[in-house]
Design a protein around this ligand. Structure first.
Ligand code: UDP
Length: 462
């Protein structure tokens, strides 16, 4: 049923991992007849224009967050960025809501404001102007559950478990978790205390709403237990994912894409190892050399994304990262190293065999949507939990084991690639599982699928 009276206002934290799912969510709303206005900082909008990828059917409101050339986490002040984003973002949301109010002839009043994490001020603006608001949670429901329990009486238990690698913790709706699976921000040693504070502020804000609404970028079949309501509805989630762009929404298309596809096409079916660690993570030269050893040892064609920003690290690490990888010549004979690629196109290519991933939630969902088995190589944030789910719950891959110093050695990477690519019982089972989840993900976003139905029910309710 068309819902032409609805007008959603979206605002996202300006990094690719937030913008892409929010754009995809908007696209789904538009299909259901909802009008969408998308507020976006200048830097992110410029990137879209440069890539020739401004999606159609959206009304964009572009604002300056004070970092029009983009925020660089190595050289810019994070607190200043957050403060400016809050001030200028709040002003923009307020102006947009007011300029669309019923008093203005011909405008469609905003019926819901949707914001991604780290922007609790967005909910404040909505509340001040009596507009319903909803959080768009861009990590799995399982992580939201851990944070909920952490902030509701389990903090000591979780912190104790973080400190004792041999312990396990049982939380309702979740598999048994060890310290290596828990979100890194819960660790007592976590240097990013302000992020945990921001998550708390965010969840407190949602909880204080009369009818708290959280959209989750997941789907019912994938996280059946984790998506169940917590504490008699104190936290209820609406799964509307996987919010993975289908076709035209890949944000940054790289100029190398045609060459990459051409190269992939020359390789046998299911033979290529794809290695990528998302848009933010920077690896040390030592870790990259270990990956190189693992890839050379596997003797399989590979496509490896090493972003240019890897040389932007400060101090010694940055200098080291500017150095060429050891064994560059051998690597170039076997595979392709690129600064960026259209990951979804790569994951959908028939020559792809497996994905060595840092397990960011978008990459995790993309591996599921494309039915690609993984070598899970998590680093921080939600990645360890995503790796746990991939390896032990959905069973679409294996997880690397770090050595005593916390580093992952080349031989371990080679062994994991072999396990996932092998034609033995275990390798075949992982590929079958990957295909099973691919089918379930595709079913969830069909017209009568769970995610579409959940979204339609919500639109009928508000
Ligand atoms: N990505 C891409 N090309 C690359 C590397 C990454 O298009 O060469 C995309 C990837 O498809 C995903 C996003 O960047 O949508 C990364 O998001 P994720 O949540 O996996 O990790 P983050 O960047 O937030 O750590």
């Amino acid at each position: 049923m068309a819902q032409t009276q609805h007008h959603f206002l979206l605002v996202t934290y300006p990094v690719q991992g937030h913008i892409n799912p929010a754009l995809e969510f908007s696209k789904r709303l538009i299909i259901l007849g909802v009008k969408v206005t998308f507020t976006i900082p200048v830097s992110a909008y410029r990137k879209m224009i440069k890539a020739g990828r401004v999606p159609e059917g959206f009304n964009f409101v572009v604002f300056s967050d004070g970092f029009d050339d983009g925020f660089n986490s190595n050289t810019n002040d994070h607190m200043l960025f957050m403060t400016q984003m809050k001030r200028r973002g709040s002003e923009t949301l307020k102006e947009t809501i007011l300029s669309n109010s019923a008093q203005n002839n011909g405008s469609t009043p905003i019926t819901c404001l949707v914001y991604t994490p780290l922007l609790p001020w967005a909910a404040e603006v909505a509340r001040g102007l009596n507009v319903p608001s909803a959080l768009l949670w861009i990590q799995p429901a399982s992580i939201l559950r851990v944070y909920y329990y952490y902030f509701n009486g389990y903090d000591k238990l979780i912190r104790d478990c973080c400190n004792e690698p041999s312990w396990s913790i049982e939380l309702p709706g979740l598999p048994s978790l060890k310290s290596r699976d828990l979100p890194s921000f819960c660790f007592p040693s976590n240097p990013y205390g302000f992020i945990l504070d921001a998550v708390k502020e965010q969840l407190d804000m949602v909880a204080s709403e009369e009818k708290p609404i959280i959209f989750v970028n997941s789907f019912d079949a994938l996280e059946e237990e984790a998506l169940k309501e917590i504490d008699d509805g104190k936290l209820s989630m609406i799964a509307i994912g996987p919010l993975v762009p289908r076709g035209d929404l890949v944000f940054e298309k790289s100029k190398d894409d045609d060459d990459i596809m051409e190269w992939m096409t020359t390789k046998p079916k299911g033979s290529i190892v794809y290695v990528a660690f998302g848009s933010l993570l920077v690896l040390t030269k030592k870790q990259k050399d270990a990956i190189a050893q693992g890839l050379l040892g596997s003797e399989r064609p590979f496509l490896w994304v090493i972003r240019d920003e890897d040389a932007n690290l400060k101090g010694e690490e940055g200098e080291e990262n500017k150095e060429k990888l050891s064994c560059m010549e051998e690597l170039e004979k076997l595979g392709l190293i690129v600064p960026w690629c259209s990951q979804l196109e790569v994951l959908s290519h028939p020559s792809l065999g497996c994905f060595v991933t840092h397990c960011g939630w978008n990459s995790t969902l993309e591996s599921i949507v494309c039915g690609v088995p993984v070598v899970a190589f998590p680093h921080w944030n939600d990645q360890p939990m995503n790796a746990k789910l991939l390896a032990d719950v959905w069973e679409t891959g294996v997880r690397v084991a770090p050595n005593e110093d916390g580093a992952v050695e080349g031989e371990e990477i080679r062994k994991c690639i072999e396990m996932v690519m092998a034609d033995d019982e275990k390798g075949i089972a992982m590929r079958n599982n990957a295909n099973k989840w691919k089918d379930l993900a595709s079913a969830a976003v069909k017209e009568t699928g769970s995610s579409n139905t959940n979204l339609k029910s919500f639109l009928e309710l508000i």
